[in-house]
Design a protein around this ligand. Structure first.
Ligand SMILES: Cc1cc2nc3c(=O)[nH]c(=O)nc-3n(C[C@H](O)[C@H](O)[C@H](O)COP(=O)(O)O)c2cc1C
Ligand code: SF4
Length: 421
């Protein structure tokens, strides 16, 4: 338990982004070895590792790969580098500091699923990251690590960087595919699922940056080694981006199952002097808030679920006692209303009305029945949308109304913020 550097082992080296630095540490040797294995062996190794998708949903990666039909049809791998969820900034570290780890992971994964072409869909705001990746691809192709004959093997692998244009919904995998195809990024109706009809109606695997980067060490050291780390159902290491009211915000790599309190109070330096912990948003802004009394749990998928929240993307937002929970929730609700693509009425209307109600509470014009109205919108919105963005918008609103009801009531009764927010 605690900190362990598998994904972050290179990031503090000088010039960690260069191919020469990466190769000094044995870079691309795992790809060379993987290209001599049967693709099915790689899939089996990833299954054995217990790796689950690090984009938020935690779906088993090897299982996802095994859904790809074993036909001669062209197949694609798409790396989701959209990283748009407020509080999430873990993929950025790999992209900017160790781009070749990601490229090697993508190349191995391409081979495993039978794809020759991969796209990295990176959020438009990560301009520097996109440049780093493009330079890294050029270096790797010129050196023969990627391209027509990667590591001397007759299995062409081409990787292309595609920049998004600033819409959070394009991180949702099917909206991402639409955007990649040149259309407005709207989530698609499923089925069909991308594994059978994805990019250009061809079988496609979409995985997160951290997921694909994890594949390198899994193949180098074996699925059993990876599975020996972590808890019974949450394996390996995981990146956590911790922000907010801690003394040492940043990206830390922890073995799954590390105590939540260890991350906040030891690794991230704890609260600012004289301040107390009030609430934590544990896995990105869409995951339900936990109060200070609810975080005596390990950081893994199951424990967070049992606590009524989610591990999500591992974006921990720490809020101390100077935070006005109502205002914080209002800000997050504004984000989701702005990012709703508008296809589904419950999401388009529900996110808008939640903002209006929260706004009047923040402005001292709220009514007591507004709290039940917010919960009612949650009932009409939840589970009634085409993509998970609608449910995501509910996370902070419903959890804060339930757990910080008194703070809402103080705003309503006294017509002002008790915190002074
Ligand atoms: C609104 C929305 C935004 C998302 N944004 C991201 C993102 O920025 N990065 C990401 O990897 N997954 C994101 N996801 C999850 C993806 O749809 C998908 O599950 C993920 O890329 C699969 O990769 P994984 O199996 O490696 O986790 C988002 C989902 C939703 C609903
Ligand atoms: S849930 Fe919201 S973001 Fe998702 S498709 Fe429907 S309207 Fe668009």
């Amino acid at each position: 338990m605690g900190e362990m550097k598998v994904l972050l082992k290179n990031v503090h080296k000088p010039n960690s982004h260069l191919l020469s630095t990466y190769k000094e540490g044995g870079g691309y040797e795992t790809l060379k070895a993987a290209l001599k294995m049967e693709p099915s062996q790689i899939v089996e190794e990833v299954k054995k590792s217990g790796l689950r998708g690090r984009g938020g949903a935690g779906f088993p990666t090897g299982l996802k790969w095994s859904f790809v039909p074993k036909t001669d049809a062209p197949k694609y791998l798409v790396c989701n580098a959209d990283e748009g969820e407020p509080g999430t900034f873990k993929d950025r570290v790999i992209i900017e500091k160790d781009p070749h780890l990601l490229l090697e992971g993508i190349a191995i994964s391409c081979y495993a699923i039978g794809a020759h072409r991969a796209y990295i869909y990176i959020r438009g705001e990560y301009e520097f990251g996109a440049q780093v990746l493009e330079n890294a691809i050029r270096e790797a192709e010129e050196d023969g690590c990627l391209g027509d004959r990667p590591m001397g093997h007759d299995y062409p692998i081409y990787i292309t960087v595609h920049r998004g244009a600033g819409a959070y919904v394009c991180g949702e995998e099917t909206a991402l595919l639409d955007s990649l195809e040149g259309r407005r990024g709207h989530p698609r109706i499923r089925p069909p699922f991308p594994a059978s009809k994805g990019l250009y109606q061809s079988p496609t695997v979409i995985n997160n940056v951290e997921t694909l980067s994890s594949v390198v060490d899994i193949i180098a050291r074996g699925g059993d080694w990876y599975a020996s780390l972590g808890t019974e159902k949450s394996k390996g290491t995981k990146l956590f981006s911790i922000s907010g009211h801690v003394q040492k915000p940043g990206v830390y790599e922890l073995v799954m199952g590390t105590p939540f309190k260890e991350l906040i109070f030891e690794i991230a330096g704890g609260m600012r002097p004289g301040r107390n912990l009030k609430a934590v948003i544990p896995g990105g802004s869409s995951t339900p808030m936990l109060t200070a009394d609810e975080i005596d749990i390990p950081l893994d998928y199951e424990s967070l679920m049992e606590a009524g929240s989610m591990l999500g993307s591992g974006a921990v937002i720490v809020l101390d006692d100077t935070t006005c929970i109502v205002k914080e929730t209002y800000r997050l609700a504004q984000f989701y209303a702005h990012e709703s693509c508008g296809q589904c009425t419950p999401c388009r209307e529900g996110t808008h009305w939640m903002v209006q109600i929260l706004k009047r509470i923040v402005n001292g014009q709220g009514r007591e029945e507004d709290l039940d109205l917010l919960l009612h919108i949650g009932d009409t919105l939840g589970g009634n949308c085409l993509c998970p963005l609608g449910d995501a918008a509910l996370g902070p609103v419903i959890s804060s109304v339930k757990k910080f009801r008194d703070e809402y009531l103080e705003h309503i009764k006294n017509k002002r913020c008790p915190i002074g927010g």
